[in-house]
Design a protein around this ligand. Structure first.
Ligand code: IPD
Ligand code: CA
Ligand code: CA
Length: 274
């Protein structure tokens, strides 16, 4: 086991932060003045990949591989490979591609480092806001801005009917129709809903106390690896239904005192149905 794994992820985090910031700067500097071209669509015609998603993932994988040639990768845009070191990097080069396409500010670069299957370090770089969110397992979560760093804590003591809840919707029409039904049940029971367009930014907002909870069906590993660690290290709970791990079936995230009420409300409306 190498020293950077033994130190609990702090060195892995340093590398991830440097690379995420470089990718974030590149995405701002090289964003075409006209809309970036959609080079491919994935699960549906509105699930798009731009040349910038691909360029950012290439940059991230190239930089990390140059520093750590034995590591494995899981990248949303296909930069996946096996390794020999026990470390795997989980990368969403742009989380919030539709926002990026429309030049809406909330998109971010998300990079997590997993050691032997457990996420130990994560960074979410939101260049338009000048915000870098980081966490190391067992060592807390921080928000770094030009003026310094502050510790992140999810807000506690918020009852469900006062909770500001972030969510997202899938790319398939049938799934969205059901998500609208679930939302019909949730909306009258909470303060309000936010649909920001970037799941990892939503999770950072929860860790920073800017929203009180998050739920979504369909999140992939790269959407929630770094953000899940950041929320947990900020005192939050991140799970699926009935104690299952968060993932494609459902992700629910909230402070521990709010989590059960939101979980039970969602569970009563079949949220993992398509
Ligand atoms: C998407 C965003 C969005 C969420 C979708 C994700 P992408 O990621 O996080 O907020 O609702 O489920 O797929 O496609 O922009 O990387
Ligand atoms: Ca994503
Ligand atoms: Ca993405």
């Amino acid at each position: 086991m190498t020293a950077d794994i033994r130190d609990g992820g702090a060195q892995l985090l340093d590398l991830a932060v440097a690379v995420a910031r470089e990718a974030g700067r590149m995405l701002i500097d090289k964003r075409p003045a006209a809309r970036p071209d959609v080079v491919v669509t994935k699960s549906s015609p509105t699930d798009v990949v731009t040349q910038m998603d691909q360029a950012a993932e290439r940059l991230i994988v190239d930089r990390i591989r140059a520093a750590r040639p034995g590591d494995a990768f899981l990248g949303e845009e296909g930069g996946s490979s096996t390794g020999s070191s026990g470390v795997r990097w989980i990368i969403d080069p742009i989380d919030g591609t539709v926002n990026y396409l429309y030049d809406l500010p909330d998109w971010a670069v998300s990079i997590a480092a997993e050691v032997d299957g457990e996420v130990v370090a994560g960074v979410i770089e939101n260049p338009n806001r000048g915000e870098t969110y980081t966490a190391v397992r067992g060592a807390g979560a921080l928000l770094h801005t030009a003026t310094g760093a502050r510790e992140l804590r999810c807000r506690t003591g918020v009852p469900l009917d006062q909770a500001l809840v972030a969510t997202g919707f899938g790319y398939f029409a049938a799934r969205r129709a059901h998500q609208a039904e679930v939302l019909r049940a949730v909306l009258p029971r909470v303060r309000d809903i936010r649909r920001g367009g970037s799941c990892c930014v939503d999770l950072c907002s929860l860790a920073a106390g800017r929203v009180d909870a998050f739920y979504e069906r369909g999140n992939q590993e790269w959407d929630i690896a770094a953000g899940g660690l950041i929320v947990r290290e900020a005192g939050g709970r991140v799970e699926g239904l009935d104690g299952a791990p968060a993932g494609p079936e459902l992700t629910i995230a909230a402070a521990p005192d709010l989590f059960p009420a939101l979980h039970d409300l969602l569970a009563a409306h079949d949220p993992a149905h398509d």
